[in-house]
Every structure is written in C-alpha cells, then in structure tokens.
Design a protein around this ligand. Structure first.
Ligand SMILES: Nc1nc(=O)c2c([nH]1)NC[C@@H]1CN(c3ccc(C(=O)N[C@@H](CCC(=O)O)C(=O)O)cc3)C=[N+]21
Length: 286
C-alpha cells in the first residue's frame, strides 16, 4: 500500500485562484488589500519564506509592504515599525516573521500589533476569539491543515487525532480548531512530556506531526490507512528539508502530506485568506 498524497501545492493554487477573484471584487469597491511583513535579521530560511509570501501576493493582486531590520535591531526599533504598520492604511494585514532575534521580547511585539491587522492569527486577542468561537483570523498552518484534509475528503468528524507538539504557531492552536463543532474531532495532544508516544500514535486516524524532530513518526507506530501530516521543517547538513515523518510511513499511511509541497504552501495560502477576509470585513463596516 502506498499513501495517497495530500497535495498542498495544488490545493493552495486553487485557493489562490479563488482569492484572485475576491481581490478583484474588493478593488471595484476601492479597497486594495496589502500584506506587510516585518523581517528582522538575515536568516536565509526566513528571507526565503518572506520572499515567497510576497510572490504569492503578486499572484493574487495583493499589494506588498516589506520592512527589514538588521539582526542588531532593538526592541524599540522593532516596536516602532509595528506602530507604523498599525497606522498605515495601505497595510490591511501584516506578519512579524518569527523567531525574532535573542533578547527581543516576542510577546510584547505581538501584543502591540493591531489585532484587526493580524494576518497570522497569533495576537492574544485573536487566540482568545478562537477560544470563544468568535470570528477571527485563524492561525495559518492549523487552518491550512484542516482545509487540506477537507479538500481530499479525509473525514475529520469523529476522528481520533493526535497532535504532536505544543508550539504557539501550530501545536497549541491546532486542537482548538479540531475540537470546534464544525470539525468535531477528538484530539490528543502529545509533547516531550508524553510517556508513551507510540501508544497514542497507533490509535490515531489522523497524525499531525509538528514537533520539529526529524523522522520522529516511524512506520511501525502508524495505524494502517491513517492520514499523516508532516509539519516539521528541520534541515540536514546540505540545507535540505527533513520532516518529522519517516519516509517509510508512506507504505503504511492512507494519506500523507509531502514535505515540501504539503503544509507549507497551505500555510502561505491561508495567510492570503486572512488578509483578504480582513479587507472584506473592513469593506462591510465602512
Ligand atoms: N510570523 C510567522 N508566521 C509564519 O507563518 C511563519 C513564521 N513566522 N516563521 C517561520 C515559519 C515557517 N513558515 C513556512 C511557510 C511556508 C513554507 C513553504 O511554503 N515551504 C515550501 C518549501 C520551501 C523550501 O523548499 O524551502 C513547501 O513546503 O513546499 C515553509 C515554512 C511560516 N512561518
């Protein structure tokens, strides 16, 4: 048996086509969505991700606003850029690329963002809205994963889902989304304190591997036919992506997200969705 591919690249392309029409419609109402990015430092990986986000924007007609600061930027300098984007009417949504350099208080920067311009859905106000079930921008990777599963007809309702990891961008918000009535999954969250990870994995209909540990998920721990999402992006000595999922899992799983080409493109597409939806919300209230 070989797993069917959860094709993030193709699904993201379809989402972008749909967004292109919505952006064109907003423009007829005099609104041009604009995505801002704040990049601090010169990490090649981060530069590449941010460049990809601006390429996506160009494809769907969203304006791009780029702010770059040196690796030695101070807390005050970063906060000044955040205040500037909060006030900039052309910037309808933005992200602060994480992680920020050591010594910078990341949470203080995130809390300073205008929650209505938070394209990542990571502002405390929006994480709170998610808990309360109020409309909010949804965290990009978790919601991208749900759309990827839906698009391929993988049943989420009633499924036993194991999320591995508890990071702020994926592991922590993922169970919040999956346990909403609209998804109705039963979720187990595993992390480094989990006593017997394999025992949990073997029961899972859906595994979401977001631990950042290369090849953590082994074929012998996956239930035959399960859907496995590989969210990890570690790199080997040649800079090649190594996921959290061992390649042998493809012989056991029913569905598998390739990496690259799976969750990454969905994350980027969902960021655009958040920008367009924020612009649509402001169009409705203006
Ligand atoms: N505030 C913030 N928001 C983020 O969303 C955020 C962040 N900070 N910091 C870093 C991580 C990482 N991330 C990725 C997005 C897309 C791909 C992606 O599209 N990857 C391609 C391949 C890229 C390659 O080959 O290197 C793929 O999976 O096919 C990867 C990683 C977003 N992040």
């Amino acid at each position: 048996m070989t797993a069917q591919i959860l094709d993030g690249k193709a699904t993201a392309a379809a989402i972008k086509t749909e967004l292109t029409a919505r952006v064109a419609d907003l423009k007829t109402k005099g609104i041009t969505p604009g995505l801002g990015t704040v990049l601090v430092g010169d990490d090649p990986g981060s530069q590449k991700y941010v460049a990809g986000k601006h390429r996506d924007c160009a494809q769907v007609g969203i304006a791009s606003i780029q702010r770059e600061l040196s690796a030695t930027a101070t807390q005050e300098e970063i906060e000044a850029v955040v205040r500037e984007l909060n006030a900039d009417d052309e910037c309808t949504g933005y992200i602060v690329q994480l992680p920020l350099p050591k010594g910078i208080d990341e949470n203080r920067v995130l809390e300073l963002m205008d929650p209505d311009k938070d394209a990542d859905g990571l502002h405390p106000m929006n994480l709170g809205r998610l808990v309360l079930g109020e409309p909010a921008p949804l965290p990009c990777t978790p919601y991208g994963i749900i759309r990827l599963l839906r698009e391929h007809g993988v049943e989420i309702k009633g499924a036993e889902v194991v999320v591995v990891g508890r990071g702020v961008t994926i592991g922590r918000p993922m169970p919040l989304l999956l346990s909403r009535r609209s998804e109705n999954a039963t979720v187990t969250q595993c992390h480094t304190g989990t006593r017997d990870l394999a025992a949990h994995l073997r029961r899972a209909d859906i595994v979401i591997a977001a631990a950042g540990v290369p090849h953590l998920i082994k074929p012998e721990d996956v239930k035959p036919g399960a859907a496995v999402l590989d969210v990890g992006v570690s790199r080997d000595e040649n800079g090649k992506i190594v996921g959290d999922v061992h390649p042998g899992v493809a012989e056991v799983a029913g569905w598998l997200s390739p990496n690259p080409g799976g969750v990454g493109p969905m994350t980027r597409a969902q960021l655009l969705v958040n920008v367009v939806e924020a612009a649509e919300r402001s169009a409705a209230t203006s």
